[in-house]
Write a protein that binds this ligand. Sequence first.
Ligand code: RIB
Length: 288
Amino acid sequence: MTQAQILSLGSVNVDFQVRADRWPEPGETLLGQDFLMIGGGKGANVAFLARRLGVNARLLARVGEDALAEEALRPLREIGVDLGATKRVAQERTGIALIIVRPEGDKGIILSANANTAWEPTDAEGVATEIQDAPPGSVLVADLEVPVSIVQRALETARQQGLRTVLDPSPAGCLLPALYSAVDYLTPNPTEAEQLTGIPVRSAADAFRAGEVLLERGVGAALMKLGAGGCVGVSAGGRERLPAVPVRVVDQTGAGDAFAGALAVALLEGQQVNEAARFAVAAATLAV
Ligand code: RIB
């Protein structure tokens, strides 16, 4: 039988990253350093990580027909991500992310989603077929940097097929209420948890309260990523706080994707949710 795989539905970008001492003021030209141009995008990062962890990964995504597409896809191809469901869209540009990282390692991102939003309404059918054809035990991971109608169809089909689903609710403003009940594991960061629930998340206690709200809305479990604070998990089975090992944060970019990808891999390997979340915290800690 074909091995279970990670199906990663989400963005593929090229990240243009610089380090700077602070955010620029309006109208200011600020000097940065350590410029990096690197393949990114949440869906791509999750698929890449799954391969790094030795699991099959298929990326459901859209890139443009431009030179940046190759920049974004090369590392994925090299590590063995299955790109059979990653399509190039004529007359579109590949998504790009402009990222500033401050000395304390936190980041700000401006995303130009470009081809990531160039899915046709009829593509929903293709995504549904992809999921129906996935080997049993596969796990769907999605983010919201692609059209929410496509994500909704994917989550609902996965639910019907008995596949587990992980949703990174980023950007949180794109989440539709109808999605909650099709999500097994929702993984917001504090900003996203606040946007979704209205509860400012500044402590583990706040995160538990926000998690309860998300649980009431229908998710199987809310796993709130608290950065240096580890993770707070709320599910019907209980509440748990998973601390992170203290580290010096160099760059937070992609830590949430490392969390989602590692969580999905651990679930695919049969770990229980609290063990899978512990593994995800460790992966995110290494990522930063
Ligand atoms: O989560 C990090 C990712 O978000 C970056 O790689 C960037 O491309 C954006 O999608």
